[in-house]
Structure formats: C-alpha cells, structure tokens
Design a protein around this ligand. Structure first.
Ligand SMILES: *Cc1c(COP(=O)(O)O)cnc(C)c1O
Length: 455
C-alpha cells in the first residue's frame, strides 16, 4: 500500500515512510491510495483473539514490513493490556459498552500508542536511526505516548504540559516514569502555549532535521489504523449482526474516523453517532455543512475540549471525492476565514448522526448510568452514552465506546455521585512514588537548548 497527502503535494510513500512523516510535508494528512474491501474475508476472521484480528485488519495497509514480523509486533503491542480480551464488551442497560481503557494509562489512546511505540522501534532499528519525539499534552496523550516508548532504545520523548493544569493523576502518570529516555517538561503557561512552542520548534526545519524530531499526535496514520480494529472486534463480539450503530465520544475526530474507515472496508456498521461536549464544531458541521471555529470552552470532559479537529481533513478528502485540490481549498478557506462550507453535502455525510452534550447532561448521564445500571462511567464515556440512548433504534444493536477508566476523572465522577468508591489499583500505586519533571520557561530557545543538551 502506498500513501499520499489529502492536499496533493506528497504521493508514493510506503507505510513506514508515512508513519515516520506523521503530518504530510505539504501540510495535509496522509491517507492510503485505496481502502481495501475486506468483506469477503470476514468469515475467516471469526474467533480470532484481539491481537490476531488486529494483525489481519491492519495488514492490507502495511506492505513494506514482513508479515510475520508485523504480526509479532502487533502481538507485543497488546501484551501490556490488563484484560484478556484487550477491549471487552459489556451490556449496560441494553447499550453495549466497549471498554477501551484497559491499557497501561487507562485511556483509549493506549490502543494506538502502544502499537505506534512498537512500530517506531521496529522501523528505527531497521534503518539504524534515532527519533526524538516532541509532544504537547493537556492530559491523556502525554502519558499514553510515554508508556508507548519508555525504555525503548533509539527513542527519546519530550512531553510538555501546562504546569498545574493537568489533573494530579494525569501528571503523576507522566512524571513517575523515570526511564532515561523520558523527559517531562512543565511549562509556565497554558496548553495553547505548549502547542505554540511545539509548532515553533517544528517549524525550525534545520533544528527538526538535525535532532530527528518526530511527533505522536493523532494525525499519524498508524494511530487511526490501530483504532479501525476495535470496530471489527465489536462486530464479532456482537455475534455478527446484520448491522449495528456506534456512539463515539469525539474530540480530534480520530476515534470516529477509524469507524468511517472500517465501514468503507466493508464492515456492516450502519451509523456513527458523533458525540461532542459543548465544543461542538463537529456537531454543527454535520447538522449544517458549515465548519466554523468557535471559542474553546473548558468542560468536564477535557480530552474533547477541541475546536479544530485535526483528523477532520481526512474525512473531508473522501467527502470531496478524493479531490486534493478541493480539499486544500476548503482547508485554506477555513484557515484564513475561520469558516468554510461544503457546497453539497452528500454520500458519506449520511453515515453520521452528530449531537452535542452539555456539562450538566454529562453529570446526569454519569448519575443515571450508576443508579440504573450500577456501572461507573467516566465523563467522556457518559457523553457517548447519553447520545447512545437518545439515538438508539430498538431493532439495531447500539454500542458506546468507553474511552477512559472512571478513576482517571475522579473529581467529576465524585461531583456526579458524591461518596462513590472510584479507584484503580494502578493509579493508587502511583501515590508516593518518586517523580521527575523539569520546569521550563515558555520560550522556544530554552526548549531547544534543553533538547540539544540531551541528544
Ligand atoms: C482523546 C480522547 C477522546 C477523543 O478522541 P479523539 O480521537 O480526539 O476524537 C475521548 N475520550 C478520551 C478519554 C480521550 O483521551
């Protein structure tokens, strides 16, 4: 399989090159040249374990890695998950909750970042190269990325987070990792300041090249690909129904875009319920065809406090008939005017039902799931569950993706259900451990000096 950019300036990349490039060098996102139809192979995949299925679903997109090597790499990626099914399906009041939070950092990002860590390691060893990952996080991505590459030879990771603005649990998940290749940088500023620092340093192309800087954010194709798997897994867990719907808590459009790819591959998935919090740019788009930036609001489902969804461009590319010129024009218009509109939404537009959930509804949802079904949901999952119930068709199975363990967001869960017991042993085990972080000024030169001194 070869890869090309949604904006037309890059083509003919191998899978490995696409993984190493991350964001396409023309500013677009990398997509496969075609999406294979696997519907004829589904019968053969029945009864596979999660890692075996993952290897089968992803293989057609790879090509330049030996099949046996790739399979082993995938099996290794899911060894650190704490549930034998990797992602168990649980019936909660008739909605099937797919728990994606049994990885090392208890959020669904582990599904992709454990795999990406193994993949980077393999590609770098083959090519005898090193990689210095630079990332900015407001919470979940940083710890999952660190867990994916800690201790791996040839890789260093530098993660910036806004000092005092991630939750204490999220900070501990990062700073208790003491491996020599992990550097936690607390920045005296906001998450936006961290992202601006990241952009400034990545835009210094000679620095980027000299220090072999790489990214782990959700624009990396490998992250989307690893997420496609659990849509197939769900269908097998449901015993292969004629069709099913999935509600997806959405921020950067990464989690739900993987469902779009699964459907294009021939999985009998009917509808994707796109669930956002009050940051509703995507919900508004799917209701009107207008993509318009709003102000970021801080909500009680913070991993979805995003106005511009980085993976949206991939969907747009397909919606526009894979026309890179139209796609680039739409994104450029959005860039300059903060607003762009689809001329004639059609086709793939109908695959989505989009809706937004308020903070108050999220709290009520957490309460309701607990009182009625005795199930503890984190706020992101509760956003999805609220809409799973609202948009459920009694004749079609409805699945809700659970994206984090409730103990990761204990403050909000406590607000919704005062006094409830909400722990996870691997989070409790972090209390009192030694931590390491370096405070850094919000200044790109200081950041570059820090990186230079460690590489
Ligand atoms: C990242 C994240 C999401 C949103 O996923 P996207 O791929 O950005 O749509 C939802 N819930 C949790 C807990 C997350 O960490």
């Amino acid at each position: 399989m070869k890869y090309r950019s949604t904006r037309g300036g890059v083509s003919g990349l191998t899978f490995s090159q696409a993984v190493m490039m991350g964001l396409a060098s023309d500013g677009g996102l990398l997509v496969p040249e075609s999406i294979p139809d696997v519907s004829a192979r589904l019968a053969d995949w029945q009864g596979l374990s999660y890692p075996e299925l993952a290897s089968q679903v992803m293989s057609p997109f790879v090509g330049d890695i030996d099949q046996t090597v790739f399979k082993n790499l995938v099996l290794t990626s899911y060894k650190n998950f704490q549930h034998p099914d990797v992602a168990p399906l649980v019936n909660v009041g008739g909605v099937q909750i797919l728990e994606l939070f049994h990885g090392p950092t208890l959020a669904f990002k582990d599904i992709a970042l454990q795999f990406l860590g193994e993949l980077f390691s393999h590609i770098l060893t083959e090519q005898d190269k090193v990689l210095n990952i630079l990332g900015a996080t407001s919470g979940d991505t940083g710890s999952a990325a660190i867990a994916g590459v800690r201790g791996k030879p040839g890789i260093r990771i530098f993660i910036m987070f806004p000092d005092g603005r991630t939750s204490p649990i999220q900070e501990r998940q990062m700073t208790t990792v003491l491996d020599d290749n992990v550097f936690n940088l607390s920045i005296d500023g906001s998450f936006d300041d961290c992202q601006n620092l990241l952009k400034t340093v990545f835009n210094d192309l000679s620095f980027k090249e000299t220090y072999a800087l790489g990214a782990v954010n959700s624009v990396n194709w490998a992250r989307v690909l690893a997420q496609v798997v659990y849509y197939f897994w769900t269908w097998f867990q449901l015993k292969q129904p004629a069709e099913f719907d999935v509600a997806v808590p959405t921020g950067n459009f990464g989690n739900i875009f993987a469902g779009f790819i699964a459907k294009r591959m021939g999985l009998p998935l009917r509808k994707l319920v796109l669930a956002t919090n009050e940051n509703d740019i995507l919900a508004r788009f799917f209701q009107s065809g207008v993509y318009e930036r709003g102000e970021v609001r801080f909500s009680n489902s913070p991993a979805m406090d995003i106005q511009v969804a980085s993976n949206f461009e991939r969907y747009l590319f397909y919606q526009l008939g894979e026309n890179a010129i139209d796609c680039a024009a739409f994104m450029n218009r959005f860039q300059t005017e903060q607003c762009a509109e689809l001329a004639q939404p059609e086709g793939f537009f109908d695959w989505f039902t989009a809706d937004a959930v308020t903070d108050a509804e999220t709290l009520k949802s957490i309460q309701g799931i607990w009182r009625e079904f005795n199930y503890l949901a984190d706020p992101h999952t509760a956003v999805g569950f609220h809409l799973a119930q609202k948009h459920r068709d009694p004749n079609v199975p409805m699945v809700c993706l659970a994206t984090a363990h409730p103990a990761k967001f204990d403050d909000t869960v406590e607000t919704a259900i005062p006094g409830v017991t909400n722990h996870h042993p691997s989070l409790d085990a972090l209390l009192g451990l030694q931590t390491r972080k370096t405070a850094i000024k919000d200044d790109p030169e200081v950041l570059k000096d820090f990186i230079r001194a460690r590489c």
